[in-house]
Design a protein around this ligand. Structure first.
Ligand code: CO8
Length: 257
């Protein structure tokens, strides 16, 4: 199976695993990823998802070039639509998704990492949008998410040059949030996931939706969404628990209601 899911308490770990092709996304892998997104999103027991690549060479080395080679324009459109559905499903999921990038994250792999909420990388990680060197454009949302994430200048640098950048440069330009030694990557990703899993899942969902809105709307609309979500948080038991726990100097226990 190209996509494996394991559970560690409230954290689901999703592993893309196609060792024969550096975990490249073919149609089957995208379909499985979409099924996983659809299965995990409504699962209240899953509070955080960590996404990584199998093996130690790649997160995901892009969309599958062997499959794409013979595409007609219509097949390419369908392939891009499926990939975009996966990426948008992750971006809109109620839980936070953490990408743990352990090697090549190129093309569709970089776009997959970008669809996640937080990106952690190993020192061996390499990022890039090499589609230009194949005579095509990014197609899984990269031209849209990259400028929103790292700004137009860096997005164009990556998309127009096709260059790969190392983890330290990805950190410098804000493409990833932290870099760890290879063996530390998953422990650190799971540690962060555990911290997020202990927060109120309702507040987590509202915070993610509010920040997502910043990329998709003008500031007046965005502030309206923020105001509404702030108000909605006061309709939850978690708000009462969070504030009571602070004032009583104890750790909160969030029930997600
Ligand atoms: N697709 C298919 N197979 C791949 C891919 C890929 N993206 N990447 C690697 N592989 C395969 C190789 O063909 C090779 O197979 P084999 O052993 O049978 O020859 C195996 O994985 C190992 O790869 P390498 O021998 O090349 O390993 P290296 O360590 O020498 O190089 C690289 C690693 C640098 C990652 C190199 O494999 C590479 O450049 N890969 C392609 C990277 C790339 O161009 N990715 C972007 C693809 S395009 C894309 O993602 C567009 C997304 C949107 C599509 C929209 C729909 C139309």
């Amino acid at each position: 199976m190209p996509v494996e899911v394991t559970r560690e308490g409230a954290v689901a770990v999703v592993i893309v695993s196609r060792p024969e092709a550096l975990n490249a996304l073919n149609t089957r892998t995208n379909e499985e990823l979409l099924a996983v997104v659809r299965e995990l999103s409504p699962a209240d027991a899953v509070r955080v998802v960590v996404l990584t690549g199998g093996g130690d060479k790649a997160f995901v080395a892009g969309a599958d070039i062997a499959e794409m080679q013979g595409f007609t324009a219509e097949e390419a459109r369908r392939f891009a639509a499926l990939g975009q559905e996966v990426m948008s499903g992750i971006a809109a999921a109620p839980q936070p998704w953490i990408a743990a990038v352990n090697g090549f994250a190129l093309g569709g792999g970089c776009e997959l990492a970008l669809a996640c909420d937080i990106r952690l990388a190993s020192e061996k990680a390499k990022f890039g949008q090499p589609e230009i060197s194949l005579g095509i454009t990014p197609g899984f949302g990269g031209t849209q998410r990259l400028p929103r994430s790292i700004g137009v200048g860096w997005a164009k640098y990556l998309v127009l040059s096709g260059r790969h950048i190392r983890a330290d440069e990805a950190l410098r330009i804000g493409l990833v949030q932290a870099v760890y030694a290879k063996d530390e990557l998953m422990p650190q990703a799971l540690k962060l996931a555990g911290e997020l899993a202990a927060k109120s899942p309702l507040a987590m969902r509202y915070c993610k939706a509010a920040v997502n809105a910043a990329a998709d709307t003008d500031i007046t609309t965005g502030q309206g969404i923020e105001r509404d979500l702030f108000a909605l948080a006061f309709a939850s038991e978690d708000q009462g628990e969070g504030m009571a726990a602070f004032l009583e100097k104890r750790a909160p226990e969030f029930g997600g209601r």
